[in-house]
Design a protein around this ligand. Structure first.
Ligand code: HEC
Ligand code: HEC
Length: 376
């Protein structure tokens, strides 16, 4: 038998012991039989009229895991040249979008798409504008590699050189101790799962703790939540995509689905500037489709759309009223596409839709100290 093969486990063990010299306090916590660290379980509060919270079985939330994730989120150590962190593009005051920027600066240059906000990820099925990641850890991996030029070996070893991080990983995840890419992804996912935004004026109105102004009321009930056309009192039909149903029984305000909202013109199935979901599935019927984005906190997450082409909410409303562009995959719910938009929204209607959307700003979330930079 190859001697190396026999030796390999021994060498690995030696290497591990080397790494865990007894004088390193961080290692003691993870050696010996009775020292398995049990992290403190963390339970999230179920928000009003949201589907039941479901935490993945293989990544239960703990105080230590979330705190570690928060540190990793804000620490530029995670990028190849230690220049940027997740928070360089995902900023709390903009609901973790990149306020005001059409595209963001990554390790390679500029991102190809507008940076989306991060919150209420527990209720999302797919991540990214095109849905290319189906779980949060996979999304994290994509972000690490795509934006921060992450290479597992180099970043794990950078972190291992820091006693504080070794100790924090051991506290959060116990045995087998040490730092790994999987644990980095799990910790970041744990932190992001705690980013819950359900305390806007809109939520308070739904809970009976506040009231809409007449303008907000009209914007929500008569425009956002009503279908188009005379039979429905000329609603603006936003709910088919930006809500789960025509009722207020589910307040996530995302349908977890993909649509072409008539943003990009195309005469054929293929010549979209950005194919969106189609580039992932290679199905031409998916070309031009994007995941419905959040409208919660929309006041602070601009510019808007996957390409950040609209600077203001007024421009977005005008787009749905008069700026629609036809293409073969336009969603059937964008019924007015043949006439370039609804066309009938009055100045008051437009103002009312914007007024309603501004009730979705959750200032408690934007200022929650639990989500802020832990190094400051
Ligand atoms: C250089 C800017 C930048 C950095 C750094 C960055 N992101 Fe992002 N993030 C983006 C962009 C742009 C997208 C959208 C990409 C797309 O959809 O194609 C995105 C998407 C996401 C999403 C998906 C949100 C959704 O609604 O689907 C999450 C979650 C996320 N990033 C988390 C992270 C984490 C965690 C890190 C750090 C490991 C990170 N990002 C680093 C720019 C960045
Ligand atoms: C057929 C589904 C559909 C309907 C109906 C619809 N939208 Fe959208 N909306 C989308 C999709 C998909 C996007 C993202 C498109 C893109 O980036 O290419 C979007 C983007 C947006 C954005 C920008 C979000 C961001 O973070 O960039 C806002 C705001 C918005 N829609 C508001 C509305 C309003 C108001 C209405 C009603 C007048 C409406 N939408 C009707 C599917 C829809």
């Amino acid at each position: 038998m190859n001697r190396l093969l026999v030796l390999a486990p021994l060498l690995l063990l030696l290497a591990a012991l080397q790494n865990c010299k007894p004088e390193k306090s961080s290692c003691n916590q993870c050696s010996g039989s009775d020292s398995l660290y049990t992290a403190t379980p963390l339970t999230l509060t179920q928000p009003f009229k949201f589907p039941a919270i479901k935490i993945p079985d293989d990544n239960p939330l703990t105080e230590e895991g979330v705190q570690l994730g928060r540190m990793l989120f804000y620490d530029p150590i995670l990028s190849a040249d230690s220049s940027i962190s997740c928070a360089s593009c995902h900023k709390q005051e903009f609901a973790f979008a990149d306020g005001g920027k059409q595209f963001s600066q990554n390790v390679f240059g500029l991102t190809k798409r507008n940076t989306p906000p991060i919150f209420n990820v527990l209720w999302m099925k797919d991540f990214f504008w095109d849905g290319r990641a189906h779980t949060l850890p996979l999304q994290v991996e994509d972000a690490l590699v795509g934006e921060q030029d992450f290479s597992e070996a180099s970043i794990v070893s950078k972190l291992e050189k820091r006693d504080d991080y070794t100790a924090l990983f051991n506290k959060a995840f116990g045995k087998p101790c040490g730092i790994s890419q999987t644990k980095i992804e799990k910790a970041l996912s744990q932190f992001m799962m705690t980013l819950i935004s359900t305390d806007s004026k809109f939520d308070k109105v739904m809970r009976g703790q506040a009231t809409f102004t007449a303008s907000e009321q009209n914007g929500f009930y008569n425009l956002f939540m009503k279908d188009t056309g005379a039979a429905f009192g000329f609603g603006a039909d936003c709910f088919h995509c930006h809500a789960n149903s025509s009722s207020t029984s589910n307040l996530t305000l995302i349908d977890n689905n993909f649509h072409n909202n008539a943003l990009q013109p195309s005469t054929t199935f293929t010549d979209f500037a950005d194919k969106g979901k189609g580039a992932i599935t290679n199905n031409q019927f998916d070309n031009g489709l994007f995941r419905t984005p959040h409208v919660r906190n929309i006041e602070v997450t601009g510019p808007y759309m996957h390409n950040g082409q609209f600077a203001t909410l007024e421009e977005v409303i005008e787009f749905y009223n008069s700026g629609l562009k036809n293409s073969p995959t336009v969603d059937p719910q964008i019924k007015a596409v043949h006439q370039g938009g609804l066309q009938y929204l009055t100045a008051q209607d437009k103002a009312d839709l914007v007024a309603f959307m501004k009730t979705l700003t959750d200032t408690a979330f934007l200022n929650n100290p639990k989500f802020s930079n832990p190094f400051k």
